[in-house]
Design a protein around this ligand. Structure first.
Ligand code: PLP
Length: 282
């Protein structure tokens, strides 16, 4: 059975519980990270821990763990739940206190870490591309913080599932695609890789950063600007996340992107990224 790190100790997953007055439970007062692990190698571990630090700082939670301590805990959680493709989930909440919006005392943050098997997208999905709908962005104004307050994303994902598609992309008031419920979004427009710039409306995805870096390394021009689905010259769309790397999106709402399969730049970017992950395993 699976083992989780919860509040200072490892427990079987079924027994790993937190208090009902945990502020994560009552207020979604916390932040999280998801880290992929291939063959025992954690991908972009430092970048994820940097972002965890930034998220904690942004909402004023002090983790009380040094970077080496955190890394050791992540490794130990993985050692107890080793999968060839694993996803490490880390959640930090402000801690346990009688329910009141304003916290009046010093409390110890709650830290939870799990390691679960990470499923890979099917060969058919990779070849044909994923699908998405667009929805007006109903989220808060600090999407740059990786907050556990994910109600809008849950609603978006439910709506996507109801329509039989993989993801929902959030639109700003002018109809620009910001990002997905759990992904960053890209388009190929006139041969350039285009994605929304980093601001309060999108999460600074670790895989977004990696996608742009790999694109530049292969001579693809990268432009960070707001973009729309109906722009002339748009030939491909894709989305990126720790759990799925980068994957083509060939159907959005009623629109077929390109020829309705994974386009060449999306497929190349994915392959280059997977090659980089494989090289890290050696
Ligand atoms: N955008 C949102 C809103 C997300 O929730 C996520 C991941 O969960 C991403 C983007 C992708 O980020 P990353 O590549 O760091 O996993």
């Amino acid at each position: 059975s699976l083992t989780a790190w919860v509040n200072g100790r490892f427990l079987p997953l079924e027994e790993a519980t937190v208090h009902i007055e945990d502020r994560g439970f009552q207020f979604a007062d916390g932040v999280y990270e998801v880290i992929a692990c291939f063959g025992g190698k954690f991908l972009e571990l430092d970048a994820h821990l940097d972002r965890l630090e930034q998220s904690c700082e942004a909402i004023n939670i002090s983790l009380l763990k040094s970077r080496p301590e955190l890394i050791e805990l992540i490794h130990e959680t993985y050692r107890r739940n080793p999968f060839d493709h694993a996803m490490i989930y880390i959640q930090a909440t402000r801690g346990v206190a009688p329910r009141s919006h304003l916290l009046q005392q010093e409390i110890v943050p709650t830290l939870v870490i799990t390691s679960r098997e990470l499923p890979t997208p099917s060969a058919n999905k990779l070849a044909m591309g994923a699908s998405a709908i667009t929805l007006p962005d109903i989220r808060w104004q600090r999407c740059d913080i990786k907050s556990i307050a994910l109600l809008a994303s849950v609603i978006g994902k439910q709506e996507a599932a109801r329509k039989g598609v993989d993801e929902a992309f959030w639109l700003d008031n002018e109809g620009h695609i910001l990002e997905g419920c759990a992904t960053n979004c890209f388009a190929v427009i006139d041969g350039e890789l285009v994605t929304h710039p980093l601001d309060h409306q999108v999460l600074g995805g670790i895989t977004r950063h990696l996608t742009l870096k790999i694109a530049r390394q292969h001579g693809i021009t990268v432009t960070e600007r707001p973009w729309k689905l109906d722009e002339p010259g748009l030939t491909e769309c894709m989305m990126s996340s720790t759990t799925n790397a980068v994957i083509a999106v060939s159907h959005i709402n009623d629109k077929t992107i390109g020829d309705g399969t994974a386009g060449p730049i999306s497929s190349n970017l994915r392959q280059w990224m997977i090659d980089e992950f494989e090289a890290m395993k050696q």
